[in-house]
Design a protein around this ligand. Structure first.
Ligand code: FES
Length: 170
């Protein structure tokens, strides 16, 4: 149905797919059909929306709401929203959401004066912002940080990638 009340785009590109986005998209589409809501709510897969480190992500239009870190278990609440209920605040990703602001604050410091620094310094800076090794590893997996061996016996380095600078506007 083209002329729907709400349109949901579920990112099923690589990074979100690795974290279960295809299950989320499939289950959401099925639940919408089973409840007879598919006349009013259209669910589509989509390519990346460049929020790859916090996926699986889905966007609801015309509400302009982004849900992040969505799991199959979150779908009943999201469907209530789609039916006209309240937005699921705990899953909303906004520019000023606490987690988003914290990550941007970290990256703002991590690119100054240079986006590349010794890995130990990078880890120490991340720690001061409350981010641990698992978080750094996730940022690496999603292409926001590049770890490289040191040159000429120098220390291993970590670089904030262009993807991260674009994503966090730093
Ligand atoms: S892969 Fe889903 S936002 Fe990039």
């Amino acid at each position: 149905m083209y002329w729907t009340k709400k349109h949901v785009l579920v990112c099923t590109a690589n990074h979100c797919a690795q974290k279960g986005a295809n299950d989320v998209a499939g289950r959401l589409r099925l639940d919408i059909i089973r409840r007879g809501l598919d006349v009013e709510i259209l669910v589509n897969n989509c390519g990346t929306i460049d929020l790859c480190d916090v996926g699986p992500n889905l966007v609801v239009y015309p509400d302009n709401v982004i849900y992040h870190g969505v799991k199959v278990g979150d779908l009943p609440e999201i469907i209530e929203h789609l039916k006209g209920g309240p937005v699921v605040d705990r899953l909303v990703l906004g520019r000023e959401s606490p987690g988003e602001a914290a990550r941007r604050g970290f990256y703002r410091e991590a690119v100054a004066p240079d986006p590349t620094r010794p890995a130990d310094d990078f880890v120490a800076l991340a720690t001061t912002h409350g981010f641990d090794a698992a978080w750094i590893a996730e940022q690496q997996r999603r292409g926001f940080v590049a770890r490289k061996p040191g040159l000429d016996d120098g220390p291993e380095t970590m670089t904030v990638t262009k993807k991260a600078r674009s994503r966090y506007e730093v």
